[in-house]
Design a protein around this ligand. Structure first.
Ligand code: FAD
Length: 149
């Protein structure tokens, strides 16, 4: 099975087989050109369900959901036709597939707009037991956290 026909090396659009899992996707597109996508955190989750139903992860607050990266889909419809749907070809099908694909067809390949991977990441934890004492302390504490760089 050909899992990737393009890993996003030229225009940044990776063509990804529907059976690929998130961990392999992230590793492959990073290896080919330090590219990245917004998606969830579990490496064993499949692209097929994840990208068609949303896909929320660490990058989503800045990059959106996984399905926001979809620029085209190769799909077998219920009548047996095999089409490529995007914003200009079969736009209604393209709209429906991003959120309810399993009601409309079987996607074989996802065309995903990758982004340059961040050059560094920051991980942190904060212990704020006093923040939970009342709504005001909670609001003040979270306001403070959002001002931290
Ligand atoms: C351990 C774990 C961690 C998770 N973490 C996150 C997370 O961080 N963020 C998040 O947003 N979600 C997360 N999820 C939820 C996950 O995104 C969904 O369960 C997702 O639907 C899994 O997709 P799948 O292809 O692996 O599953 P499947 O059960 O194979 O598919 C789920 C649905 O999608 C349909 N589908 C699958 N492939 C296709 C296809 N090619 N064409 C059309 N329809 C298809 C199936 O028919 C089914 O209805 C997590 C799930 C697990 C189990």
């Amino acid at each position: 099975v050909l899992l990737f026909t393009d890993r996003g090396s030229d225009n940044g659009i990776a063509t990804v087989g529907a059976g690929v899992r998130l961990g392999n996707l992230a590793l492959e597109i990073y290896a080919v050109g330090e590219r990245a996508l917004p998606h969830g955190v579990c490496p064993g989750v499949g692209v097929g369900g994840h990208f068609t139903h949303g896909g929320y992860g660490y990058q989503s607050r800045s990059w959106g959901l996984a399905l926001d990266s979809i620029v085209g889909l190769d799909v077998v419809l219920a009548d047996g036709s095999y089409i490529h749907a995007n914003a200009s070809k079969f736009p209604d099908v393209f709209f429906a597939l991003r959120g309810a694909a399993d009601s409309f067809g079987v996607i074989t390949y996802f065309h995903l707009q990758t982004r340059p991977a961040p050059s560094s990441i920051v991980t942190f934890s904060a212990s704020i037991p006093d923040a939970l004492k009342n709504p005001n302390s909670l609001a003040v504490s979270f306001s403070y956290i959002y001002t931290m760089n």
